[in-house]
Structure formats: C-alpha cells, structure tokens
Design a protein around this ligand. Structure first.
Ligand SMILES: *[C@@H]1O[C@H](CO)[C@@H](O)[C@H](O)[C@H]1NC(C)=O
Ligand SMILES: *[C@@H]1O[C@H](CO)[C@@H](O)[C@H](O)[C@H]1NC(C)=O
Ligand SMILES: *[C@@H]1O[C@H](CO)[C@@H](O)[C@H](O)[C@H]1NC(C)=O
Ligand SMILES: *[C@@H]1O[C@H](CO)[C@@H](O)[C@H](O)[C@H]1NC(C)=O
Length: 404
C-alpha cells in the first residue's frame, strides 16, 4: 500500500489505485450533511455501479446514515470514504430495520457485497459506529458488514464508538483488509468476525478493543493475518466453534504472523464449546453440541505483553465453568496440525501456567506443536509451563514443558 500510494502521488493521480482493481472510469460524489444521507449514498452508488470502466463513489464530507443501506450486488465499485460516516445511534430509530446476519445476535446497519468492490479510506476515512446506546441490547449492529463479496478490499479506515463487533465478513472470498485502525472498547467489540469465508487477508492494523481482536468463526478457510497490534483484547481466536448442535464447523488453513497483544486477556486461542449444552454460556449466548474440524492453524511470532491469563490456549470446554460437565460431554471436534511458533512475552500466570492445551479425548487432537516458546509469568514460577491434557507431548518442544 505504501508503495502504491507513493507511486500514485508521483503520478499525480487523484484516486488511490486500490488493491487488485484498475482506476475507475466514473466518479460519483455524494453531498452529505442532512440527518439521513442514506438515499443520497444509494443514488450515487447506483449511478456508479456495474459500469464498463467501473465507478468510484466519493464520500469526502460528513454523512449520517439513519436508514438501512443494502449495498449488495455491487460490481466494479470503489467507495472512497475519506470523510466521516456516522450512524444514527438511536436504538428506537432502528427498531425492526437492522439487517439480521443470522449468526449469534449480530445485526447490521448496512450490507456491502458483490464483485470487485474496494472501500478506500486512505488513512483518513472514519466510520463512527455510534453504537454506545446499543450496549446492553441483545441484537446489536456491527460497524461494517461485508456479505457475499468476491474480490475486494477495505483499506485505510478508522473505526470508533462500537456497540458490538466492528467488522463482519461472511460468504465472501478474496478480500483484503489493510491499514485498519480500530479504537474503542466495550462488551463484544470483536475487531473482526470471519464466517463462511475463504481467502481473507488482514494486515498492518491496530486494534484497541474489549473482545477478540480477530475471531475465525465457523467455516473460515485460507486466512492470512500479519502485522497486527491488539490492545486490551481477548486475543486472536479460532472460534468459538461448536456452539450449535447438529452443525459442522470448519476452520482450516489459517496463518497468523507477527501479532503483538498488549494487556490481552488471552493470546493465541482455539475455543470450542463442549459436546452438549448443559448450561454452557458466554456473553449472553448459550451453546455446545456442535461438531467440526480445526486443521492447519499456525500462530507464528506472537508477543504478549502484560497478558492477563495466558499466551496460548486450546480449550474444548468453552462457556462451561464446570470441568466435570465437559468431561461428561466431551466435544467431538478434531483439532489437527496446530503450530504455536515463537510465542513470547509475559503473562500474569493466574492459572499457574503461561498457557494450556486441553483436548477433550486422546483421539480428538493430533500434531499440536509448540516450538520456540518464550513466555514468563509474573512470579517467575511458571515460565514456559503449559497445562496439557490428551496431547502428544513429544511435539511440545523445549523450553516449553507440560504438566497436568
Ligand atoms: C484511541 O483513542 C484514544 C482517545 O479516544 C487515544 O488517546 C488513543 O491514542 C487512541 N489509540 C490509538 C491506537 O489510536
Ligand atoms: C460449514 O460448512 C459445512 C460444510 O463443510 C456445512 O455443513 C455447515 O453448515 C457450515 N457451517 C455453518 C455454520 O455455516
Ligand atoms: C496450511 O495453511 C497455510 C495458510 O493458509 C497454507 O499456506 C498451507 O498451504 C496449508 N498447508 C497445507 C498442508 O494445507
Ligand atoms: C514442530 O514445528 C517445528 C516448526 O514448525 C518443526 O521444525 C518441528 O519439526 C515440529 N516438531 C514436531 C515434533 O513435529
């Protein structure tokens, strides 16, 4: 991106050429400043959609969105958001109008999808989710919902004032997020939730939030993450998975590289619900009983600073505080080929270890490999110590050690 932008400046081009797409032939500016600019935005997007040379919708002012905006079925469109979009954050304004994302309690103010779509913020664009008043509601809107997008990018955008997750991406393929700045905490403020999507990349981004920095939800495949700074989060998580009985969840081919997690509750994490509900709950959700596969997941170069509980965690007892309930209802998930490489830093070591890998049965996990661990605990007593169960400890390489 840096190279692209300096090249663009050199050539004196007005619009930054987005990743993977040519400059667009037509420009469709939007004048904002009313109490609801959603009609004006829709009109400009419609005028710039599906043109032979593509279109560029220019949002360089200040805009309010107070009505649902369905921007699926876009083709060859850039949304150049160098101004600020603020959502009307009044809960009653949106009663019965939010899009239902049909997963957990996620809803959306707007939906973006189609083919060859870039959302370009150039580091200046801001999405003010204005979601504070939704905190405490059951159904809450995400900041940016991408649904059914094939080929595209989201770059240089700032997000603030969440009420729920910041970014949702579902039923999408070949989408890149780069240079995203997320800032604002609160309950369930995941940075990204990826669901039923393939070939998604997230790079060079900074997240200050209050829940997972990124969550690879069911059916996330071929995901690449690098150069991510997370502060105050719950870490980078595979899952939670297995929440819904009868549903098979897959997370496969995930590579997470060069993450710094400062004051995070957890670091690199795989979380699976138990094999049956039996009262398991988390964040107002209940669950357990689903099955699935976690395969080929690598965390490579992950630094935890001031970590609260652990630097790495594999659990199949998510949402259930009673271990004996999980033992009686073991998850049927298969967890295979997981590499924790070069996890370093320090944690408080609350649970008498710097991490834990607890598999539900002797046959559920295979090839869980820890190498180059370098994590100290505050007291110095639990340096590089992991709690392990039902794994092949020959793949836990020194200096890491396992105890029960
Ligand atoms: C987040 O926002 C706060 C103020 O709201 C600011 O002090 C802080 O520098 C911001 N952090 C990042 C990483 O942008
Ligand atoms: C994930 O994909 C499988 C097919 O591999 C499908 O059966 C399942 O319903 C999907 N899960 C979700 C949560 O969509
Ligand atoms: C594992 O996942 C990574 C990242 O997506 C991919 O590059 C690699 O080819 C996968 N390995 C196998 C054996 O599938
Ligand atoms: C564990 O992974 C490391 C690096 O990824 C590799 O060099 C090593 O051979 C693996 N160890 C085992 C026992 O599989």
């Amino acid at each position: 991106m840096l190279l692209l932008s300096s090249l663009t400046a050199l050539l004196g081009l007005s619009a930054l050429a987005p990743i993977g797409s040519a400059a667009r032939a037509k420009s469709c500016p939007v004048t904002g400043g009313t109490t609801d600019d959603s009609k004006a935005i829709l009109a400009a997007v419609t005028a710039c959609n599906n043109l032979a040379g593509g279109g560029s919708v220019v949002l360089d002012g200040t805009y309010t969105i107070a009505s649902p905006l369905d921007l699926r079925n876009l083709k060859s469109v850039d949304l150049v958001i160098t101004g600020t979009i603020t959502f009307n954050g009044v809960v009653s304004n949106w009663a019965g109008k939010l899009f239902d994302l049909n997963f957990q309690n996620a809803q959306a103010y707007w939906l973006i999808g189609g083919q060859d779509v870039n959302i370009i913020g150039q580091g200046k664009g801001t999405i003010n989710i204005n979601g504070k008043s939704f905190q405490g509601e059951t159904k809450r809107p995400v900041g940016l919902a991408i649904s059914g997008l094939t080929g595209g990018s989201v770059t240089g955008l700032n997000f603030k004032n969440p009420g729920f997750w910041y970014n949702w991406i579902a039923f999408s393929k070949n989408v890149v997020y780069d240079n995203i700045n997320i800032n604002g905490s609160g309950a369930n403020t995941d940075g990204w939730d990826i669901y039923n999507s393939d070939h998604i990349t997230i790079t060079n981004s900074v997240v200050v939030n209050g829940d997972d920095c990124i969550s690879f939800k069911p059916n996330s495949t071929n995901i690449f993450v690098s150069q991510l700074s997370c502060t105050g989060s719950h870490g980078v998580s595979v899952g939670s998975l297995g929440q819904y009985p009868g549903i098979y969840d897959v997370v496969q081919n995930v590579y997470v590289k060069d993450v710094t997690c400062t004051n995070c509750q957890h670091g690199a994490r795989i979380k699976v619900w138990p094999g049956a509900g039996a009262g398991a709950t988390s964040g107002g959700l209940s669950g357990g009983g689903g099955s699935g596969l976690v395969k080929n997941v690598t965390f490579d170069g992950f630094t935890v600073k001031g970590g609260d509980q652990d630097a790495l965690l594999v659990t199949a007892c998510y949402g259930q505080s009673k271990v004996d309930v999980c033992t009686a209802n073991p998850s049927t998930f298969k967890i295979q080929d997981v590499f924790f490489k070069g996890i370093t830093g320090d944690v408080k070591g609350k649970n008498q270890a710097v991490g834990s890998i607890i598999c539900p049965s002797a046959t559920s996990c295979s090839n869980i490999n820890v190498s180059g661990l370098g994590v100290t605990s505050q007291s110095g007593k639990y340096n590089n110590q992991l709690v392990c169960d039902n794994i092949d400890i020959t793949k836990i390489l020194a200096p890491a050690t396992c105890h029960a």
